[in-house]
Write a protein that binds this ligand. Structure first.
Ligand code: COA
Length: 257
């Protein structure tokens, strides 16, 4: 297990805590592998009834580690990030997310696959995929327009507009908006505890029924997005964008037609 993923157990609640604060909880392949392993094990462990994904009171995650993207990019379905997101999308039990501070890239995308999402009012969410010359991932190109309509989704996915926890609540990306990070972590824990008192198989069938009408289409989109995303990582546009981040400069796309 990666030292940057803390796995905490409190009765039937399993908490996966992102713990790489010096890099704003940016997610490496090793961290995705740790998350995937923990979720896969939790799926088969009947003593785990609810999972919570959290960061700290002032940082959820800065998204994929960009240095890692350059050094060991995901190559396909067996790559750790794909394993993690597949395990999350297929997870049959309720998943609670506690979001405070930055929730960038996959840090926002993954919320679309959680059940109860608690967010701090001033959390900073963002999906800068096109800004990095990449493309939407793991169903966001399907789920966001469905949730927000095309025009608002285009602002977030094509232009990479940032938005607050308050807005995430108003738009239905988060279910509960809290005053600050500490209140968010506390409320998410409480919400998870509330789920623990409910009948587990009733929760599981209800979650399955909520997703049943669109899950096949979602899986098809996720496969297509994954193919395009992996392909884009080696394009000159993406290498320019990712290198620009590591060199602390703005990317220059003017040479691309
Ligand atoms: N990948 C790799 N390293 C990252 C990172 C990422 N996604 N996000 C932050 N870091 C690193 C920074 O390089 C910095 O490292 P250093 O201390 O060795 O210089 C450290 O984490 C702290 O980040 P910093 O930018 O100084 O923190 P901040 O509070 O000013 O800003 C963010 C926080 C999240 C707004 C900002 O770091 C950011 O925009 N990160 C990139 C987000 C991104 O584009 N993610 C990819 C989405 S696909």
């Amino acid at each position: 297990m990666s030292e940057h993923i803390l796995v905490e157990r409190e009765q039937g609640l399993l908490t996966l805590r992102l713990n790489r604060l010096d890099k704003k909880n940016a997610l490496t392949a090793a961290m995705y592998a740790g998350l995937a392993d923990a979720l896969e094990a939790a799926e088969g462990d009947s003593s785990v009834r609810v999972v919570m994904i959290a960061g700290s009171a002032d940082c959820f995650t800065a998204g994929n580690d960009i240095v890692d993207f350059l050094e060991q990019p995901p190559t396909g379905p067996d790559s750790p990030v794909f394993r993690f997101m597949r395990a999350l999308m297929d997870f049959s039990k309720p998943v609670v997310a506690a979001v405070a501070g930055p929730a960038v890239g996959i840090g926002t995308t993954l919320l679309l696959h959680c059940d109860l999402v608690c967010v701090s009012r001033d959390a900073k969410l963002k999906m800068p995929f096109v800004n990095l010359a990449l493309c939407p991932e793991f169903g966001s190109s399907y789920l966001l327009p469905r949730l927000l309509g095309h025009a608002r989704a285009a602002q977030l996915l094509l232009r990479g507009d940032g938005f607050t926890g308050e807005q995430a609540g108003a738009w239905g990306i988060a279910g509960e908006v809290l005053a600050d990070g500490a209140a968010t972590l506390e409320r998410a824990r409480q919400a998870a505890q509330e789920l623990l008192s409910l009948a587990p198989s009733a929760l599981a069938v209800s979650k399955r029924l909520m997703k049943a009408p669109y899950i096949d289409e979602l899986r098809r989109v996720v496969r297509e997005e994954g193919d395009v995303f992996v392909g884009r990582l080696s394009t000159p546009e993406a290498i320019e964008a990712l290198s620009a981040f590591t060199q602390r400069r703005q990317p220059d796309f003017s040479k691309f037609i």
